[in-house]
Design a protein around this ligand. Structure first.
Ligand code: SAH
Length: 477
């Protein structure tokens, strides 16, 4: 980020515009929305500017820019549309200690003006560091369409009501009150009976919330899916949006954590199969303690919480502590892996059952019904199977499975580095040995489909830049 977005207090401060042509007019239209004292310096300004000066909306100095013109100015815009004149104004204004923007000249500007969506006091600034003005305009258009013109009015009356709303306890009760106003009661009342309606709705809503029982804390087990944020459910998004505390496993990527409410406390429980991890008791304690204090706790698990996610153990700890909980399902790695393969997990005439297996469990390599799995046509999605690949291979071959049985390995499912490896039972342990990310082994799913499948991750999913998935975050249980 080369430019850091801030909102500058301009009320009562000086802003000077050098130049009096069309470029200056365009900037002035924006600046006139502020409460800044505007001064325009230009020997021959266009009539629009002289009219504004006549109305007392700005001060006009009809001569060329001179030393001292930018004295005490917070900002100076140079909009002469002439390179030499702009450079001169920049030099003079900087000598006077002002920050300078040269219109349409990013490189020589000390600050830039973003595209703005104005629902005063709600203001949205969109910047692309000059890289893609078309994109900024498209985003602006999109937001203009999406944000009700009433939003500013609601925010304005909401602001004056804040002292009254302080009667509610800080934290969740106040937040619940305000979201009920902005997203439900406020827009409804305003649509019906305008500003006075919205004002009345605030009073009614406050009374209702003041008499509300203390909200209990709760825990929501949320499935984060296999990694691509677009594979989150809408319920998961909502839970992340309203969470007070988020306890997440290592396999949940940064892109998803970015969606968590900004004020929430985010705690990594660091569950990796062989790395340092918080003990299960510590995790249970954290959930119970926070929820008992009234917090909305999101226990964020990769994939689906009910698949190899210790959901029951954690839920039991909550039941014992009488903390209410609910579960938001997620897309399990096997489903997303099958999607990557472009393949069905069940097929008429081939397999009418499907198994989700784990390669190892708390006691070591996991034992299974090998005889059934070794039958032709059997399909199983094997989680945490990388280290157990040789063991699985040995057991299945020993129970009569053909060495040619297809196994498709999908690594880093739904992530930018997703990879599909076609293997057979015969070469499974070799093929599995060079995997570095989390993987699901699909026993009985054809390699021909794997070879044809689209292996790229969705184009909208940006590759991670830093804090990539740690190499140790391959497997956990
Ligand atoms: N609850 C999770 C599974 C957790 S167990 C789910 O429903 O998906 C962890 C194992 O899941 C990993 O060892 C790996 O086998 C699998 N896994 C989870 N996310 C994965 C991903 N993005 N790509 C490949 N395998 C993944």
């Amino acid at each position: 980020m080369q430019h850091f977005p801030i909102f500058l207090a301009l009320a009562g401060r000086r802003v000077v515009v050098g130049g009096g042509g069309d470029a200056a007019v365009a900037k002035l239209r924006l600046l006139l929305k502020t409460e800044a004292h505007l001064t325009v310096v230009d020997p021959a300004p266009v009539p629009e500017i002289t009219a504004w000066a006549a109305e007392g909306r700005l001060t006009l100095i009809t001569r060329a820019f001179e030393p001292g013109d930018a004295m005490c100015a917070s900002l100076v815009y140079s909009a002469t549309e002439n390179t030499a004149k702009d450079a001169r104004i920049r030099r003079l204004a900087q000598a006077d200690g002002a920050l300078v923007n040269i219109v349409d000249n990013l490189d020589d500007s000390q600050f830039i003006t973003p595209a703005i969506v104005d629902r005063d006091p709600v203001t949205i600034a969109i910047g692309t560091e000059g890289a893609a003005p078309v994109l900024a305009r498209a985003i602006k258009r999109d937001l203009e369409d999406r944000l009700s013109p009433m939003l500013g009015m609601l925010a304005r009356i909401g602001k004056t009501f804040r002292p009254k709303a302080d009667a509610l306890p800080m934290g969740r009760p106040r937040r619940d009150f305000w979201s009920a106003f902005y997203f439900d009661a406020g827009p409804k009342a305003a649509e019906h009976s305008g500003e006075t309606g919205a004002q009345a709705a605030l009073n009614g809503l406050l009374t209702a919330h003041l008499h509300k029982e203390d909200r209990e804390g709760e825990v929501i087990f949320v499935g984060a899916g296999p990694g691509d944020p677009e594979l989150l459910t809408l319920k998961a998004r909502k839970a992340l949006d309203t969470a007070d505390v988020v306890l997440h496993d290592r396999l949940v990527p940064l892109e998803i954590l970015e969606l968590v409410r900004r004020e929430a406390t985010i705690i990594e429980t660091g569950k990796t199969g062989f790395g340092a991890a918080m003990s299960q008791d510590d995790i249970n304690d954290l959930m119970v303690t926070h929820a008992a204090e009234g917090a909305q706790v999101v226990r964020l698990k990769s994939g689906d919480p009910s698949v190899f996610g210790r959901l029951d153990e954690e839920a039991q700890a909550l039941s014992e502590a009488q903390i209410p909980y609910r579960v938001v399902p997620g897309i399990t790695a096997a489903s997303a892996g099958a999607a990557a393969l472009g393949h069905s997990l069940t097929r008429r005439g081939r397999n009418s059952d499907l198994r989700f297996l784990t390669g190892h469990d708390v006691a070591g390599f996991a034992d299974h019904d090998w005889a059934t799995l070794a039958r032709p046509g059997a399909v199983a999605a094997i989680y945490m199977g990388k280290r157990a690949a040789r063991f699985l291979q040995g057991r299945l071959l020993m129970h009569g499975a053909a060495a040619e049985t297809s196994v498709s390995i999908v690594e880093n499912i739904s992530r930018p580095d997703q990879r599909i490896v076609a293997a057979t039972l015969g070469d499974l342990s070799d093929k599995a040995s060079d995997l570095t990310g989390p993987a699901v082994l699909f026993l009985g799913l054809g390699s021909e489909a794997a070879a044809q499948a689209v292996t790229e991750a969705p184009a909208t999913f940006k590759p991670l830049e830093k804090n990539d998935y740690p190499a140790s975050a391959m497997e956990f249980y």
